[in-house]
Design a protein around this ligand. Sequence first.
Ligand SMILES: Nc1ncnc2c1ncn2[C@@H]1O[C@H](COP(=O)(O)OP(=O)(O)OP(=O)(O)O)[C@@H](O)[C@H]1O
Length: 229
Amino acid sequence: MGARTMDIILRAQGVDLFYGEQHAVRSADFTLARGEVAAIMGSSGSGKSSLLYCLAGVLPPTNGSVSFDGVQLSALPDTELSALRRERIGFVFQYGELLSELTVEENAALPLRLAGIDKARAHVIAAQLLGRLGMGDLLRRRTSKLSGGQSQRVAVARALVHRPDVVFADEPTGALDSTNAAHVLDEFLQLARSQRTAVVIVTHDAAVAAKADSQYTMSDGVLAQRVMA
Ligand SMILES: Nc1ncnc2c1ncn2[C@@H]1O[C@H](COP(=O)(O)OP(=O)(O)OP(=O)(O)O)[C@@H](O)[C@H]1O
């Protein structure tokens, strides 16, 4: 087995997803190495989010297989699949999806608290990451009182705080203006790379995709890798 093979964290083979008659993902093959940043582009309704749900173990594919660090997701009982998602995967969504009644540091510390780490220690780790994202002065603020860019920074901190193997990001800065989006994305990718967390990012923005190690397009449910220049 070559080094490249051993470094694979996620592998999907022949993944199909149907919603009733709707064939949203068509025989997708996808391989992600540890620490790799992969961008998926494609028009609205082409199946990008659906593919992400399959890769992240949120939806079981109708056909095909997804393995995470060599383990077939379909072979895991629900409790183990939930634990894997919680401990080894992070998510960033378009609108951040924070818990608005919790503070900045409580939101960012959540994955650590769910992993059983005590509050004081979880908050120290979260605060350190938030500081690197320029949020060090807002730790005690409720997230309902944040701007869009600030909210996305908290969402990024929460996705990375437990040092997951993979973060899935679905249009993570789609709700931000272009300057803010570029800043948050740069910070996100820099942090992910610094801790060797692989990222699968869905984006409409070619400038974002250009920052990835590998690029894919999705069209009518069909995933294709773009050959990089
Ligand atoms: N829960 C669902 N039930 C039925 N059809 C669905 C469901 N979710 C998505 N679809 C359909 O599956 C196809 C793929 O949707 P999906 O959301 O994956 O596309 P997308 O590329 O992520 O789009 P967007 O960029 O607009 O988010 C679309 O035709 C959509 O209407």
